[in-house]
Write a protein that binds this ligand. Structure first.
Ligand code: FAD
Ligand code: DLZ
Ligand code: SF4
Length: 506
């Protein structure tokens, strides 16, 4: 009997469930570069190049291990456009007795997979994706047992479940969370390490040329492609991070600096999300580095929390809320996305820098995504659908399961606070404290009103004013309403006028 084993673009792990009982002499592994997948939203050029290159290298790796890989390239004649077509072609060619696939990361693709069970005469077996550390059932049980969904409590159950940084049943060091040590701006003294360099090999170059010719109208640049595309490079990158950047990761996790997109961030999300690295190996290495005395506890704990806490929690939220979650719009926001999200041509320097880096690198770090661009989207009342699509397009690590809750729940509060206790709204002073953007900006961060004032300053109050009915009962922002209520009518009127002038001009 022959089995056809389909590997999706974000399943590039040799221990993926799909391959577990494979018979390399008999079975066929199917992988496909698909125009439907590359264009259902017009992904950033670098994101497509990264994924196609990683897929081609992974296929070569499987072949070296003895598997027969049927790999469909995007530019071959009569190539399939969709997963379904790729499967139909392969079933016609190889007449398998069974199709095996691991569940998809995205709802949209999982719907297709469920359709295949009826569509094909042979058996279709869909396996759970056990690269994630929390199953759908576990998350559902946890969520049902908790009145509110809070990442912090979920995280503790994960720490216990996997005995990560635990000592005698207690969190190492006596606390679960060391974030109070993690909010420092860069002080100018600290040296940011340079990243390892990669030479672009022939496979990557071929893919870059393909993307340039086929997807020239997509957002982003392909210049200076410098990201791991193989398992070996990814492992090297992870080890480099643990050695060189993790020691300062916690302390400067929220800091931003013009011209330094990575600072001490791991830059591992795309490698973990596509499967070249497993979340657990990153976590284990971070814990070992802390146990060996190489990194402080706040760095190791902070990094581990992002992965076993936030990453798993976000995935749980996605699958427990789909379908429908993407349509949430509790704040009734409907302003279209301004053009400068695509051109980077913004007068607000923090936005200009964060968007330019996104265009060049298909990457921006968490605080840029959350507190600069995200904050703008929230305060300007941008349409959640348009914001979701932008985030899904522009980041090399973006898949709907992780992008959507971060956008809908975390930055836009469009789900009304399903898991965020309050909207992450901030005025210019936060950005000024955490970055050097404001000193290079045409707006004055200290000014509150008028055309030269930092727009975040009046947009912040205008946002609260506009959403009073929807937010006033939230205990965590009640304080801010008390402040707003002390403003005299003239001041409130000025805020409204400033905001209107700015928003109308977008
Ligand atoms: P580090 O700062 O080094 O963090 C370590 C790891 O923790 C990351 O690699 C990632 O795997 C995980 N992580 C941290 N925060 C989160 C989070 N909030 N959700 C899920 N995982 C997290 N992350 C994505 O992987 N894909 C996305 O599409 C994505 N969209 C986002 C959209 C918005 C609006 C926001 C606010 C955040 C988004 N994130 C997304 C989360 C986070 O910003 C990125 O994971 C992170 O910036 C990736 O860079 P890094 O690997 O250097 O992360
Ligand atoms: C994101 C993406 C892109 C751009 N291209 C492909 C592709 O050609 N072939 C493929 O198998 N997967 C691709 N992906 C990932 C999928 O769109 C999808 O996000 C994941 O399979 C998760 O369900
Ligand atoms: Fe951004 Fe305002 Fe600072 Fe300019 S002044 S960089 S708009 S926070």
């Amino acid at each position: 009997p022959r089995t056809l084993r389909l590997i999706l673009g974000d399943q590039l792990s040799t221990d993926i469930a799909t391959l577990r009982d494979a018979d390399p002499r008999n079975d066929i592994v199917l992988m496909a570069e698909l125009s439907d997948e590359a264009t259902y939203v017009k992904h950033h050029k670098k994101k497509i190049a990264f994924l196609f290159s990683a897929m081609r290298h992974f296929a070569a790796d499987l072949e070296e291990r003895g598997y027969a890989v049927h790999y469909r390239k995007l530019d071959e004649a009569n190539g399939p456009q969709s997963f379904t077509q790729a499967l139909i072609d392969a079933v016609n060619e190889f007449a398998p007795d069974r199709i095996v696939v691991t569940e998809a990361g995205e709802w949209r693709v999982q719907q297709m997979i469920e359709g295949w069970v009826e569509m094909f005469d042979c058996a279709v077996e869909v396996r759970a994706d056990d690269r994630f550390l929390c199953t759908h059932e576990e998350f559902r049980d946890w969520a049902e047992g908790n009145k509110t969904l809070r990442m912090e409590y979920f995280y503790r159950t994960m720490r216990r479940k996997y005995a990560i940084m635990m000592e005698d049943g207690e969190p190492a060091g006596g606390q679960w969370n060391y974030d109070k040590d993690n909010r420092e701006p860069l002080d100018g003294q600290v040296e940011i390490p340079d990243r390892p360099d990669w030479t672009v090999d022939a496979i990557t170059q071929e893919v870059i040329d393909l993307v340039e010719s086929r997807f020239s109208d997509h957002f982003g640049t392909l210049d200076n492609f410098a990201y791991p595309v193989t398992r070996r490079q990814a492992t090297h990158y992870l080890n480099w991070f643990i050695e060189e950047a993790l020691p300062c990761f916690g302390r400067y996790q929220d800091a931003m600096k013009q011209g330094r997109p990575l600072i001490f961030h791991s830059h591992l999300s795309a490698l973990i999300n596509c499967g070249l690295l497993s979340p657990m190996e990153a976590v284990e290495k971070a814990e070992q580095a802390w146990r060996a005395g190489h990194v402080p506890i706040n760095a190791a704990e902070g990094f581990i929390r992002q992965i076993i806490g936030w990453r798993e929690f976000i995935r749980g939220v996605y699958w427990s809320q789909m379908p429908g979650y993407g349509r949430s719009n509790k704040l009734l926001a409907q302003r279209p996305l301004p053009d400068f999200f695509w051109t980077g041509d913004a007068k607000m320097n923090c936005m200009k820098q964060s968007i330019a880096e996104t265009r060049d690198n298909a990457y921006a770090h968490h605080i840029q995504r959350l507190m600069v661009i995200g904050n703008f989207c929230l305060l300007a009342g941008l349409d959640p659908k348009e914001v979701q699509e932008w985030y899904l397009i522009v980041y090399h690590d973006a898949y709907e399961w992780v992008e959507m809750p971060n956008v809908v729940g975390m930055i836009l509060f469009a789900d009304g606070g399903l898991f965020a206790s309050k909207p992450y709204a901030a005025s210019g002073s936060y950005i000024n404290k955490m970055s050097d953007y404001c000193v290079h900006c045409d707006y004055a961060v200290k000014r509150r009103h008028g055309p030269d004032a930092c727009p975040f300053n009046y947009l912040y109050w205008d946002f609260l004013d506009r959403n009073r009915d929807r937010l006033k009962d939230n205990p965590r922002i009640g304080m801010m309403y008390k402040t707003l209520d002390r403003f005299d009518d003239e001041k409130v009127e000025t805020i409204r006028e400033d905001a209107k002038r700015f928003l109308d001009a977008l």
